[in-house]
Design a protein around this ligand. Structure first.
Ligand SMILES: NC(=O)C1=CN([C@@H]2O[C@H](COP(=O)(O)OP(=O)(O)OC[C@H]3O[C@@H](n4cnc5c(N)ncnc54)[C@H](OP(=O)(O)O)[C@@H]3O)[C@@H](O)[C@H]2O)[C@@H](O)CC1
Ligand SMILES: Nc1ncnc2c1ncn2[C@@H]1O[C@H](COP(=O)(O)OP(=O)(O)O)[C@@H](O)[C@H]1O
Ligand SMILES: [K+]
Length: 504
């Protein structure tokens, strides 16, 4: 895919850390010292004028090594002249945390004393309660402490990950309502939980600090990656036929908008040719709206089979505005041709009553692009597991769900959302995150899913493998929304694609 940003599960992070310690080159204490120092520096960079506000920084320390990082941060921030106090919710319980606590010379208050704390107003709260070791929901008291601090208007910085979030799934354990952090400082590599579900919504800006673990990074094994910009999106040579021909199946009169958006997006992302195929009675209205996109009236499945005799049709898009009946008739023909294809919207809903019949026809070059509702209709058990409240970490994640869905269906599956997750049947997965400072809330607009389907189709037509086409399209989609910004409607997305491509 070009750009390749690995992200880790809790288990993978432990493997890297353990390898470093077992090599004898590092100790838990040396890593903690580096982590705490780097986090203090990242916090000071984020709030450069804090010392002049006259406010205090309160460092919340838990019993484990996340708390240990907190004591190191307290020491380094105090060393910068910041007024700092530690609130320990429990005594340090690991040797490393005890060592860090012993070096902290400032004031430490205990949980019960928090309401009676005299002194300055708190301007910043550093959450070093629980990191990758969280194993159960926060107690009401601790969740209340975090919420109370946020409600007081003070800023929140999370160390490693916001306490209460499972670092592997991103899901908040229990029914805890957690506050939003302005900054999350993590170590070595971001974790999946920084992008998925609640973790993606609540972490704020993610800063990843190098703590000297690079020599052991391969110990993590195969990693999920984060989709990002890639020069492979650019066209370097060739003629229009060498960039593929996308066929977008459209619905009947008055229903063509979604497919036109998809077709225009496929063309903008570089497919050499794009043909829109509505039923013949919808040709006039589409002709009035299209120029560079070609038109071909296709009555039914037989007509499609005939059309697919042209081997130059290199990808199909079925679903947007297509109508359920037309989808039931044409999807099997498209799949039977074995051509790369995107199934979206009606092409998914049409098979909700019997998904197994659909799965039996799928292959790896097919990309399913469900939103959460469509996903739950095709994979009801997985939808339920995603809705069930998790009580233990690592919780069942959107990534787990998509991997199982891809293996079960035999297709590449892209589950839409601010945290779009993609897996091919072998389990190789990529996340396209529109979260934190990369949020793209203006994508929540009618028709933006049709644009995504078109972008994936265009890249499939150009010859990108399904997982790469899906990951790059999802990144491009969110990046176009970020560039366009407030006021975005679906029509703006394909028109903004050239600016995104131009900046690569
Ligand atoms: N990996 C690395 O390379 C490096 C990691 N570093 C840092 O270490 C962090 C991981 O530390 P960690 O493993 O000690 O776990 P941590 O998150 O402190 O929590 C465990 C403690 O919390 C407790 N506990 C759990 N849930 C609870 C709950 N809901 N309510 C109450 N208690 C709960 C749990 O108790 P138990 O479940 O055992 O009863 C245990 O006592 C990591 O995030 C990073 O910040 C850096 O220092 C250096 C490099
Ligand atoms: N808040 C959000 N942040 C980022 N992306 C979003 C957000 N809301 C929706 N999206 C994206 O917008 C698209 C919406 O698709 P979909 O639900 O199929 O809508 P439609 O059918 O109206 O086109 C998906 O790609 C989804 O990931
Ligand atoms: K934390």
């Amino acid at each position: 895919m070009g750009a390749d940003f690995p992200i880790l599960t809790t288990r993978q992070m432990r493997m890297v850390e353990e390898a470093a310690i077992q090599s004898g080159a590092e100790t838990g204490g040396s890593l903690m010292e580096r982590a705490g120092r780097a986090a203090a520096s990242a916090i000071a960079d984020h709030w450069p004028a804090f010392a002049e506000t006259g406010r205090e920084a309160l460092i919340l320390c838990g019993p484990g090594n996340n708390g240990g990082d907190g004591y190191v941060i307290a020491r380094h921030l105090a060393g910068r002249g910041w007024p700092v106090r530690v609130l320990a919710i429990a005594p340090p319980a690991t040797a490393e945390a005890q060592g860090a606590a012993a070096l902290w010379r400032g004031e430490t208050v205990e949980m019960g004393a928090v309401s009676a704390m005299p002194g300055r107003a708190i301007g910043l709260c550093v959450d070093a309660l629980f990191g990758t070791g969280i194993s159960r929901p926060l107690s009401g008291e601790i969740a209340g402490l975090l919420r109370g601090i946020a409600a007081s208007g003070c800023e929140l910085a999370a160390i490693d990950i916001l306490s209460g979030i499972c670092a592997t799934s991103g899901r908040a354990l229990g029914d805890t309502r957690l506050p939003e952090a302005a900054l999350t400082v993590t170590f070595h590599r971001p974790k999946l939980g920084h992008f998925l579900s609640d973790g993606g919504a609540l972490g704020g800006k993610i800063v990843t600090c190098d703590i000297g673990l690079e020599p052991w990074s391969a110990e993590a094994g195969d990693c999920v990656t984060l989709a990002g910009p890639s020069g492979s999106l650019l066209k370097r040579h060739g003629h229009k036929y060498s960039h593929g021909h996308a066929l977008v199946i459209a619905g009947g009169p008055g229903k063509g908008g979604a497919a036109r958006l998809a077709a225009r997006s496929a063309l903008r992302v570089g497919a050499g040719l794009v043909t829109l195929a509505p039923p013949p009675e919808a040709l006039p209205e589409n002709a009035a709206r299209l120029d560079a996109i070609m038109l071909d009236g296709l009555v039914d499945g037989d007509a499609l089979a005939q059309r697919l005799r042209d081997p130059r049709i290199s990808a199909l898009c079925l679903g947007p505005g297509m109508g359920l009946e037309r989808a039931r008739r044409m999807v099997p023909v498209a799949l039977g041709a074995g051509r790369p294809a995107v199934l979206d919207a009606d092409a998914l809903s049409a098979f909700a009553d019997g998904p197994d019949a659909l799965f039996a026809q799928l292959h790896e070059a097919v990309v399913l692009t469900p939103h959460e509702g469509e996903f739950a209709r095709l994979f009801p058990d997985l939808g339920r597991k995603l809705r069930d409240e998790p009580s233990r970490g690592p919780a069942f994640s959107r990534l787990d769900a998509v991997r199982i869905a891809a293996a079960r269906s035999g297709a590449t599956v892209l589950l839409k959302g601010p945290d779009t997750v993609i897996s091919c049947p072998s389990g190789r997965a990529v996340i396209a995150a529109a979260t934190g400072v990369n949020a793209a809330p203006w994508l929540a607009t009618a028709g933006s899913g049709d644009v995504l389907a078109g972008l994936v189709t265009g890249l499939l037509a150009r010859g990108f493998p399904a997982r790469d086409a899906a990951g790059l399209a999802a990144w491009l989609h969110a990046e176009a929304a970020r560039r366009f910004g407030p006021g975005l409607i679906a029509e703006d997305l394909p028109e903004t694609v050239p600016r995104v491509l131009g900046a690569l």
